[in-house]
Design a protein around this ligand. Structure first.
Ligand SMILES: Cc1cc2nc3c(=O)[nH]c(=O)nc-3n(C[C@H](O)[C@H](O)[C@H](O)COP(=O)(O)O)c2cc1C
Length: 180
């Protein structure tokens, strides 16, 4: 569809620090997560989970992150947006499907959630930050050993429209045919 192409040609993330309320309401969020769960997924394993952080849970997770990193400056990070969705990659042992494909599918979940939220008019940004690699942060969200935090998707309303950012020079990243 033409509108989809035009949207994707202009789509931009809004920095979490430039977000304010409101975020999606319960019905809007459920619809966005339903869209995000419609990603390619080899073997139909659904190797991902959503953890929705709203209200006090954002400060609670921030305190856990600050303690794990010994860095108070991250304590209020999840409070920059009214709603933060952590996407956990939850790979499972499989005889044929590599773990890397399950992680890639979780990345597709993140990107689809980002696109759907932005298409709905919300400000959205995909962030990890050092805390995403802390076991205490993963475990606080119910993650198991071997799970990974694919991203925190911040959702809110833009305080100001973002300007365009530099994009890769296409001729530098596109190659036709095999290497000779
Ligand atoms: C997996 C992943 C993790 C990211 N983590 C961070 C981060 O911790 N801090 C940051 O400033 N940007 C991070 N970014 C980049 C932001 O998403 C950034 O806003 C993005 O480059 C904006 O791009 P867009 O306007 O094309 O959506 C991350 C991106 C990805 C894909």
């Amino acid at each position: 569809m033409v509108e989809t192409i035009e949207f994707l040609q202009k789509r931009r993330s809004v920095m979490a620090r430039n977000m304010t309320a409101p975020g999606p309401d319960a019905a809007q969020l459920r619809a966005l997560l339903g869209i995000a769960a419609r990603v390619p997924d080899h073997g139909k394993l659904a190797p991902w989970r959503f953890v929705v952080l709203e209200g006090d849970d954002r400060a609670k997770l921030g305190a856990i992150a600050a303690e794990a990193l010994d860095d108070d400056s991250v304590a209020d990070h999840y409070e920059r947006a009214p709603c933060v969705v952590a996407v956990l990659a939850c790979p499972v042992a499989h005889p044929k499907i590599p773990r890397s494909e399950m992680i890639l599918s979780a990345g597709a979940v993140c990107m689809t959630l980002l696109i759907a939220a932005q298409a709905e008019g919300f400000a959205a940004q995909w962030l990890t930050g050092a805390a995403a690699y802390e076991d205490a942060v993963l475990k606080a969200m119910g993650g198991a050993d071997g799970d990974e935090i694919a991203g925190f998707i911040y959702l809110g309303t833009a305080q100001e429209a973002p300007s365009e950012r530099a994009r890769p020079e296409l001729d530098e990243i596109i190659h036709f045919g095999l290497k000779d």
